[in-house]
Each structure stands twice: as C-alpha cells, then as structure tokens.
Design a protein around this ligand. Structure first.
Ligand code: ATP
Ligand code: MG
Length: 317
C-alpha cells in the first residue's frame, strides 16, 4: 500500500546513536528506493547492525528522523513490524521442529489464519525447495538449508521490506549464490531489501550500496558508479620481487593500500594523476624492475578508498 508520492522505502536523516561516550552511528542520511537491493558495507564495528536495528524500530536513535514505508520510526514501530522481515546472521530456527512446523509457527506469530497458513506454507515450501524435506527436523539440515529456511520464515507474512544483517556469513559460495537469486526474486516482486555484507561479490550485485566507517556514511551509490569514480587510482604492479616492491610502495605517501595477489601487486593510490609514473619511479629508484599499469577499480578498491582516506586524512573520529 504505497504512500502517495513516496517512492522511497527508507528515508533517514541525521541518524545518530550513542552508547555512552561511543558514537556508533554518526549523522547518517540514508535513502533506499522501493524494490531495490541495497547493500550495507563497512568494517567490523562500523555501525551497520546498529543502523539496521534503528531502521527496524528495535533501537531508539539518539538523534535523527526515520521514515520506513511511510511510517515514522520509532513512534509507529508496531505498525511497521507486520510489514517488514528481519533476518540476522544468527537466524533463529527451532531445531527440534520440522521445516514445515517452523514455518507454521512463524505464520501463527504473524496471525495468519489456518487456511492462509496452509496456502502460504505450501507456497514457500515449493519456492524454497523444501518439498522433500517438510518433515525433516530443522536442526539436522546443512547450514545452507537452514539459511534458506530462515529466509522463507522471514517472508512468511509477505513483508514489503526485508532487513538482512549478514545473512550469508555461515554458508558456502554456492549457497550464497542461490540465496542471492532468491533475494532478486523478492526484489522483482516489489520487496525492498537492505542487506549488510562483508562479501564484495555480494555488494557488487546490489543496485546501490552504502559504506559506513566508524559510524559515518563514507560512500553511497551504484557499485559501478563508485568504482568509476576511482578511475586512474587502481594499479597493477608486476615486479620480479613482489615482496620487496610491496615494502617500497607501502611507504609512499600517496599509496592507500598494497595487496599481493598471486605474483602481482594491486595498489590503490590516493590520487589519480600520474600515479603509474610515481610508482614506477619509486620502484626504479629502489633498483626494482617492474611494470605498472592502471586497471579497472573493483568494489574492494572502493571499500578501501572509502575507509582508508578518512583514517589517513587524520582522525575526525
Ligand atoms: N548495545 C550496545 N551497547 C554498547 N555498545 C554497542 C551496543 N551495540 C553496539 N555497540 C557498539 O557500537 C559499535 C557499532 O556496532 P555494530 O554492531 O553496529 O557494528 P557492525 O558494523 O554491525 O559490525 P560487524 O560487521 O562486526 O557486525 C561497536 O563499537 C559496538 O561495540
Ligand atoms: Mg553487525
């Protein structure tokens, strides 16, 4: 039931959360368009979970305004609860209930009638590939299966918006891929998804991502746009002695990061101008033969650039 003129599922302005002296979320503005898959990235402790809890209405902000699905949060959090789903890394299933019983239980929690429950559980069992496992105890399933069941449970009441806090941290790459297929199916059906993740391949798939660093929103945009903005700053170095080359490059003032990948080095420079020449000169000066060329920035570069430039800019934290 869209609110007139509201194409955004989430609008948060000036969001702050303090825990005693710690500012866990620091004046964050966030806009999430409807039916988008919005990725939420940031180092450990950067405030992702805290932000998600405030957006869900589970935690009261110290400052700021939140509107989710046209409701003012936390004031209208009760009304919101029925329209959103929330899934965390430690997804809670009843291990000694079967697959079907888990879903039936959640349907009861959301007040679905008996007929509605049967129809909805049948539908989810089918869609999430549990037809052969309806009577299997949840506790005996694999990590990937449990995660799929947790997702089925999180959408039992067909929420308009789904919050997923590191939902894939315990499963293998193939299960993660399947899981993301399901997320896109939901988005195609009009569900808005906010997903926190530490996986760059997952972030890459999002329509839009936000990066938090020490509670501050340091990047916000489409993954390709954010990567394009780093044009000229991402470099590959092929050196005969990569370890020594790494030591030389890591000491250069304009270098944000140097990572060895196989036999080559991936370097992120603070500036785009002449960066290849500067690295090449430094290596030659140290007596090291090397080839340096610019490469397309990836999301890991975006992540490092967003989170390191603040630190090197000298601590407003
Ligand atoms: N209830 C609380 N009381 C005190 N401090 C808290 C509380 N909840 C979170 N914090 C602190 O707030 C900061 C942000 O934590 P948060 O869990 O939001 O980070 P995160 O980005 O989700 O990290 P991770 O990637 O490890 O899940 C951390 O320093 C954390 O210790
Ligand atoms: Mg977290």
């Amino acid at each position: 039931m869209p609110v007139p003129g509201a194409d955004d599922a989430i609008r948060a302005r000036g969001l702050v959360k303090r825990f005693g002296g710690l500012v866990a979320v620091d004046h964050v503005d966030l806009t999430v368009p409807r039916a988008h898959v919005y990725g939420f990235l940031g180092p450990n402790g950067s405030g992702k979970s805290t932000t998600i809890r405030m957006l869900c209405g589970l935690l009261t902000p110290s400052e700021g305004d939140i509107e989710v699905l046209g409701l003012r949060i936390p004031a209208q959090a009760d009304a919101l609860r029925l329209r959103i789903g929330y899934m965390t890394q430690k997804f809670s299933l009843f291990e000694d209930l079967t697959v079907r019983e888990n879903l039936e239980f959640l349907a009861a929690v959301y007040g679905l009638s008996r007929t509605a429950t049967r129809t909805r559980v049948d539908e989810l069992v089918e869609r999430y590939h549990f037809a052969d496992r309806q009577t299997q105890l949840a506790g005996t399933m694999s990590g990937g299966q449990k995660q799929r069941l947790a997702l089925a449970g999180a959408v039992i009441h067909a929420p308009e918006m789904l919050f997923l806090d590191e939902p894939t941290s315990a499963v293998d790459p193939e299960s993660r891929r399947d899981f993301w297929e399901k997320l896109f199916e939901l988005a195609d059906g009009g569900t808005t998804l906010l997903v926190s993740t530490h996986y760059m391949d997952e972030a890459e798939r999002c329509h839009r991502i936000a990066i938090l660093d020490e509670g501050v929103l340091v990047a916000d945009g489409a993954p390709a746009q954010l990567a394009e903005a780093l044009r000229g700053r991402s470099l590959e170095v092929r050196a005969a002695q990569p370890r020594r080359a790494q030591q030389v490059l890591a000491r250069l003032p304009g270098v944000l990061s140097v990572a060895q990948i196989g036999n080559s080095l991936r370097v992120l420079s603070a500036a785009a101008t002449d960066s290849a020449e500067i690295l090449g000169d430094a290596l030659r000066g140290a007596g090291l033969a090397a080839e340096v060329h610019a490469v397309h920035a990836n999301l890991e570069d975006v992540f490092v650039a967003a989170t390191r430039s603040r630190t090197t800019a000298g601590g407003d934290a």
